[in-house]
Design a protein around this ligand. Structure first.
Ligand code: BGC
Length: 252
């Protein structure tokens, strides 16, 4: 079936009608700049604009950069603190007059990678990391998602891991690739000691340049770049938006 996938990011809110059998976009993607200030009400309005702009009236799945429980935003690491407690799911549903499911953005990207990308057909424990402004994580066990893992916020050397090892940190500190790879290696090996994943998928825009840092990583697990790149957030959100499905059972 077709579902509209939405991906809320710091700079843009993107969406497309997705064929949830293939993960492909049925029509061109729509993107609108994230409103500033990015208050929850303004984000909601922009999400509605993206969906309406595409002329879509059916079910919607939306990836959002926070912990989400029953459609309600629970955390705000890199977003407007006013978002905490906002019922984005309920409000989107009301505004669109259609089913709307909200999931964590990394969970959405991970769902797409597990279904169609680098994690396709892999059993065991798979960890997807999205390296952007922050670090998002999605954990799969036997193809099933454990939702809302926030492993980007484990503490390493007394600091929030995403502050040191995200792509945002690389840019902020103007790290060269060798320096950044060292940071990332420390992060991945720390997580590995806790979870022992069989496969680690590195996503986010930076995964396009994986040849710059992958060779420097010493993880025991296989570490591979994401295959779906920027589209994963939208396609995975659409999967989560299939009515009556649960995001923890989408794996086949
Ligand atoms: C947030 C996560 C989010 C990640 C990537 C982190 O700061 O806590 O919920 O998935 O950034 O956007």
């Amino acid at each position: 079936m077709n579902v509209f996938g939405l991906d809320v990011g710091g700079s843009g809110i993107k969406g497309a009608v997705v064929d949830t059998n293939t993960g492909e976009f049925v029509e061109d993607r729509v993107r609108i700049r994230t409103p500033q200030p990015a208050t929850p009400e303004a984000i909601l309005d922009t999400c509605v604009e993206v969906v309406r702009g595409a002329g879509w009236e059916g079910p919607v799945g939306c990836g959002f950069p926070a912990v989400i429980k029953d459609g309600v935003i629970q955390t705000a690491a890199n977003i407007d603190k006013a978002a905490i407690g906002f019922d984005l799911g309920g409000r989107l549903k009301e505004a669109l007059g259609a089913p709307a499911t909200i999931v964590n953005d990394a969970d959405a990207a991970g769902l797409a990678e597990i279904r169609w990308g680098a994690g396709r057909g892999v059993n065991g424990v798979v960890l997807m990391l999205t390296l952007g402004t922050g670090i998002g994580t999605a954990l799969f066990v036997g193809g099933r998602l454990v939702p809302n893992t926030e492993l980007g916020h484990i503490e390493i050397d007394g600091e929030d891991a995403e502050w040191r090892a995200s792509d945002g940190a690389r840019k902020r500190e103007d790290l060269d690739w060798t320096q950044y790879a060292k940071r990332l290696d420390r992060y991945v090996t720390t997580i590995e000691a806790l979870l022992w994943p069989d496969l680690v998928i590195l996503g986010g825009g930076i995964s396009k340049k994986s040849e710059k840092f992958l060779p420097h990583l010493n993880a025991r697990a296989e570490v591979v770049p994401a295959e779906m790149l920027n589209d994963a957030g939208i396609s995975g959100a659409a999967l989560a938006g299939i009515p009556e499905s649960s995001t923890i059972t989408v794996a086949e």
